[in-house]
Design a protein around this ligand. Structure first.
Ligand code: NGF
Length: 294
C-alpha cells in the first residue's frame, strides 16, 4: 500500500474489558465490527489512549493487536500504536504488529522524563529502523508535555520511513506551518472537536475516539469541507461538539462505552485505575445517546 493510501478517517479503537480488568475478546470484536459495518471508517488506530493502552502489559497489548487484525483482516487499514516509555517494548511491539501485517505503526513521544529532542529522535529511529514498516509520530503535548516544533518535525521526517504525524493539539498555527512545510507527509487531526478547522487546513485524515459512535457525522464534515460547503460543515461541527462536550463532561471513554452498549455492542468496563461508568453516569449517557445518536 502506498503512503497516500493511508489517508482517511480512523477510529481510535475503544477496548472492552471485563469487570476484573481482563480483556473481553468478544466485546473487542464487536466494537471492531461496529466500526467497520456501521461507522464505515477507513481504518482503526489500535493501542492508543482510547484503547487504555498505557495501562496494559506487553502480552495484553499483543493480544489486542492480534484480535484486531484477525477481526478486521484486510477490510480496513490498521495502524498500531506501539509507543512506550520502554523503547525495547516499543520495538518488540513494532516487530509483532509488522509481522501481523499492520499497514503502519505509530508511537507516542516518550513522556514522563524531560527528554531532549535528540533523545526523542533516537527513540523513533530505534523503533522504525527495527522493522520494515512506516511510522506515524503521535504528538499529544497536553498529555505528554512534549512539544515538537516545525524544524524538529523536519528532522524526524528526514528518515523516509517516518511518514507523518497524528497531531493531537489545538495549535492551528503550528498545524498550518507543518502542513505548508511538509506537503508530502501525512497529517492526521487528533481532536475530533476541531475537525472542521483541521480539514480546512487540508489534513490527510483524522484519528478519533468519538468516531466509534459519531463516525458518519465526522465523515460528512470532511466531505462538506472538500466540497467548499463550510456553512453546512460548521453546523455539523456544532452538533458534534454539543455531543463531545456532553461526553467529556460525563467521562470520555466510559460514556462512549455505555453508548455502544446501548447499541448492543459489548464495550464493557474500563481498566483500573480508569473508572467505569457509575449508575448516574450510565443514566446521563443514555440521555446523550438518545439526543445525538438515535
Ligand atoms: O482521547 C484522546 C486523548 N484523544 C482522542 C484521539 O486523539 C485518539 C480524541 O479523539 C487518541 O488520542 C488515541 O486513542 O490515542 C479525543 O478523545 C476527542 O477529540 C475528545 O476530546 O485525550
Amino acid at each position: 500500500m502506498k503512503n497516500e493510501d493511508l489517508k482517511g478517517l480512523y477510529s481510535a479503537l475503544l477496548i472492552s474489558f471485563n469487570e476484573d480488568g481482563s480483556i473481553n475478546e468478544q466485546g473487542i470484536r464487536e466494537i471492531i465490527r461496529h466500526n467497520i459495518d456501521k461507522m464505515k471508517v477507513d481504518g482503526l488506530y489500535v493501542g492508543g489512549s482510547t484503547g487504555e493502552n498505557f495501562l496494559l502489559s506487553t502480552d495484553e497489548k499483543k493480544r489486542i493487536f492480534e484480535i484486531a487484525k484477525d477481526e478486521a483482516k484486510s477490510d480496513i487499514k490498521l495502524i498500531a500504536q506501539v509507543g512506550s516509555m520502554n523503547v525495547y517494548e516499543a520495538i518488540e511491539l513494532a516487530k509483532f504488529t509488522t509481522d501481523l501485517g499492520y499497514d503502519a505503526i505509530s508511537a507516542v513521544t516518550p513522556f514522563y522524563y524531560k527528554f531532549s529532542f535528540e533523545e526523542i529522535k533516537e527513540y523513533y529511529e530505534m523503533i522504525i529502523n527495527s522493522v520494515d514498516n512506516r511510522l506515524i509520530v503521535y504528538s499529544i503535548p497536553f498529555l505528554t508535555g512534549v512539544n515538537i516544533n516545525v524544524e524538529q518535525f523536519g528532522e524526524l521526517f528526514k528518515n523516509e520511513k517516518i511518514i507523518g504525524v497524528k497531531f493531537t493539539a489545538a495549535d492551528f498555527y503550528l498545524l498550518e506551518r507543518v502542513r505548508k512545510a511538509y506537503p508530502e507527509h501525512l497529517i492526521y487531526a487528533g481532536f475530533d472537536e476541531m475537525m472542521l478547522s483541521a480539514s480546512v487546513l487540508n489534513v490527510d485524515g483524522a484519528i478519533g475516539s468519538t468516531f466509534n459512535l459519531n463516525g458518519i457525522r465526522a465523515r460528512k464534515i470532511v466531505e462538506l469541507v472538500k466540497e467548499g460547503k463550510i456553512d453546512e460543515a460548521r453546523e455539523l461541527q456544532h452538533i458534534t461538539n454539543d455531543f463531545i462536550t456532553d461526553v467529556l463532561n460525563n467521562g470520555l471513554y466510559s460514556t462512549l462505552k455505555t453508548c455502544l452498549e446501548l447499541q448492543g455492542v459489548h464495550a464493557g468496563y474500563s481498566r483500573r485505575p480508569m473508572k467505569s461508568a457509575s449508575e448516574a453516569q450510565k443514566q446521563r449517557a443514555k440521555e446523550i445517546y438518545e439526543k445525538y445518536l438515535k
